[in-house]
Design a protein around this ligand. Structure first.
Ligand code: NAD
Ligand code: UDP
Length: 320
């Protein structure tokens, strides 16, 4: 039993891109933070700046196994997020999403903690509805190369709602659209990190397909603000709620911006489109605006400036 005002908050996947920013924000807000991570895609570099804070703990732990801790809130982010990483060991990816959700929801049930699930726009698959609203059930291939991630995340949402209905667990489900910023892994394989690192190193910039597919890109600080608002929202608001920046760009437009901003002389090369790569994606964020007063304001140029500066440092230090 903890008898002072600090909340005890678990962040699974806390050493990853989004998790490390979330741990930092929760510490700044005066909480005790426990980061659980198996360091599959996360790195100690992301959390070293937090290690001096005595209210921060790190436990090397794989969420497919149960863990017994006390907590007031749990943010469940553990899962590789980039297509090359989640397809590296697809069975493990499904286990992480499904077993991880069962274990962390079980913990939330036992200690009566609030539980936020990092879900994804991938639950919509290759959407036939545009922009995507939370009421859309999606167009997902259940047997493809992306299915380990998409279906794992869909099952995790199902588990959240069943623990809520059966066991009264206070759940918050956030459907995250593409997010970018400092602390992304340089070899992550996602479009923003790939293009920036390639541009800075003068390597060929790899466009998959013809580059006409679209994505919407949210800067990390705004996404993290959204998570915390969601966790602190009225208990009856469970979500799912879309979070992302509705500004929609083709991958070719994204490449053009990054080349201009870095002054790169890189060549462009085209590679085959990955299996089941969604053609378009844009969040409808009316629900987040109405329920949470949340709306991203940082435009792509501004967010890219900060992200380029982060990767520029890594390249100069020989870490990318
Ligand atoms: P990331 O790969 O940087 O972070 C994931 C973290 O989870 C890493 O630190 C990794 O080591 C850890 N992890 C993976 N498997 C684990 C396991 N079995 N046990 C314990 N830890 C494990 O990815 P991210 O971009 O920070 O994504 C965080 C969460 O947000 C993920 O659940 C992802 O699906 C979701 N999400 C992210 C985006 C995005 O654009 N960044 C979009 C949609 C959803
Ligand atoms: N993409 C690309 N070149 C790259 C990496 C990605 O053209 O080097 C494309 C990819 O095919 C997809 C889009 O960029 O259409 C976004 O890919 P990412 O892996 O970042 O995220 P997701 O597909 O999960 O939205």
């Amino acid at each position: 039993m903890q008898n002072y005002h600090r909340k005890r908050i678990i962040v699974t996947g806390g050493a990853g891109f989004l998790g490390s920013h979330l741990c930092k924000k929760l510490l700044e807000e005066g909480n005790d933070v426990i980061c659980l991570d198996n360091f599959f895609t996360g790195t100690k570099d992301n959390i070293i700046p937090l290690m001096d804070n005595h209210h921060f703990e790190v436990i090397r732990h794989d969420v497919v196994h149960p863990i017994f801790l006390e907590a007031d809130e749990i943010y469940n982010l553990a899962c590789p997020a980039s297509p090359p990483h989640y397809q590296f060991n697809p069975i493990k990816t499904t286990k992480t999403s499904v077993m991880g959700a069962i274990n962390m929801l079980g913990l939330a049930k036992r200690v009566k903690a609030k539980f936020l699930q990092a879900s994804t726009s991938e639950v919509y698959g290759d959407p036939e509805v545009h922009p995507q609203l939370e009421s859309y059930w999606g167009n997902v291939n259940p047997i493809g190369f992306r299915s380990c991630y998409d279906e794992g995340k869909r099952c995790a949402e199902t588990l959240c709602f069943d623990y809520h209905r059966e066991n009264k667990v206070a759940i918050k489900v956030v459907r995250i659209f593409n997010t970018y910023g400092p602390n992304m892994h340089p070899n992550d394989g996602r479009v923003v990190s790939n293009f920036i690192v390639q541009a800075l190193k003068g390597q060929d910039i790899t466009i998959y397909g013809d580059g006409s597919q679209t994505r919407s890109f949210c800067f990390v600080s705004e996404m993290i603000d959204g998570f915390v608002r969601m966790m602190n929202s009225d208990e009856e608001f469970t979500g799912p709620v879309n979070m992302g920046n509705p500004g929609e760009f083709t991958i070719k437009e994204q490449k053009k911006k990054i080349v201009e901003m870095t002054g790169s002389k890189s060549n462009l090369i085209y590679k085959p489109l990955p299996h089941d790569d969604p053609q378009q994606r844009q969040p409808d964020i009316s629900l987040a605006k109405e329920k949470l007063g949340w709306e991203p304001k940082i435009v792509l140029d501004e967010g890219l400036k900060q992200t380029i500066s982060y990767f520029d440092d890594l390249v100069r230090q020989g870490r990318a």
